[in-house]
Ligand binder design. Structure first.
Ligand code: CAA
Length: 259
């Protein structure tokens, strides 16, 4: 896979792949091509049975400092509607396999929104999260007002969106935005470890479990509970369910086959 702005690695560990955002001089600003490359690569990884979890990361200085302001600056509203650049974000959201964001340095604007689109976030102590679009006369456009509010609550989301203030990794962890904060030299390894842990499980169970948790964002409680129950019952049609439960009863490690 030949990409200009990302580095794809189909195996950083057993069943775990990674995507590195690679525009370091621009602090990994997310231009259209970069987002298109992420989408393309995720589609390939999602359809590859030798991959069960994906880690997305930047470098120590920046996960991503937002959508590319230079690319957007001259656009009109009609251009924005026609290009509809954030539709790429929707396709990332549809990835069936778990995605873990490994964040160090800046995760701002679209960078924070991209991290929030992932299923879990591991951050280095140096990570900073923010939605500073208000400083450049706009507002979050790739899910920030919705996902951030659901993750950290109204008070903190309002402050971040209306003032552009950043929060530290530790504040983000306390607020429930991210899973873990570790020293900078460990953030990528820790994210890979988390990915490896999900990759040991039954891929079908993981897919339906991820889908069900995400449903909690999209629906009311009753509809979400119904969806969850249906997925739970459906897993009893899989060999992995039989293997997982029998292995427990027989006090051995299960061998999942994705069937
Ligand atoms: N778009 C385009 N270029 C960017 C960028 C962005 N979002 N963020 C940083 N860069 C570029 C800078 O222009 C600079 O390039 P040059 O060397 O060619 O001048 C380079 O990256 C390094 O950045 P700085 O010199 O500014 O580095 P710094 O350490 O002084 O500051 C920063 C770092 C605080 C992150 C600052 O770069 C900054 O404020 N960036 C913009 C953050 C932002 O507003 N993000 C939201 C974008 S809009 C959006 O994301 C909409 C949405 O909802 C999807």
């Amino acid at each position: 896979m030949n990409y200009e702005f990302i580095i794809a690695n189909a195996q950083v560990g057993p069943y775990v792949a990674s995507i590195q955002l690679n525009r370091p001089k621009e602090l990994n600003a997310l231009n259209l091509q970069l987002m298109g490359e992420i989408r393309h690569c995720l589609e390939i990884f999602d359809n590859d049975d030798s991959i069960r979890a994906i880690v997305i990361h930047g470098n120590e200085r920046a996960f991503a400092a937002g959508a590319d302001i230079k690319q957007m600056a001259g656009r009109t509203a009609v251009d924005m509607l026609k290009i509809d650049q954030f539709s790429t974000w929707d396709s990332i959201r549809k990835t069936k396999k778990p995605i873990i964001a490994a964040v160090s340095g800046f995760a701002l604007g679209g960078g924070c929104e991209l991290a929030m689109l992932c299923d879990m976030i591991v951050a280095s102590e140096t990570a900073q999260f923010g939605q500073p679009e208000i400083n450049i006369g706009v507002m979050p456009g790739a899910g920030g007002t919705q996902r951030l509010t659901r993750a950290v609550g109204k008070a903190r989301a309002m402050e971040m969106v209306l003032t552009g203030n950043f929060i530290s990794a530790e504040e983000a962890r306390e607020a429930g935005l991210i899973n873990k904060v570790v020293p900078v030299e460990l953030y990528l390894d820790e994210a890979i470890k988390l990915a490896l842990k999900t990759a040991e499980k039954s891929p079908i169970a993981i897919q339906l479990a991820k889908e069900s948790v995400l449903k909690a964002f999209d629906t009311g409680l009753q509809e979400g509970l119904f969806f969850e129950r249906k997925n739970f019952y459906m897993l009893f049609a899989t060999e992995d369910q039989k293997e997982g439960m029998n292995a427990f009863v027989e006090k051995r490690k299960p061998e999942f086959k994705n069937k």
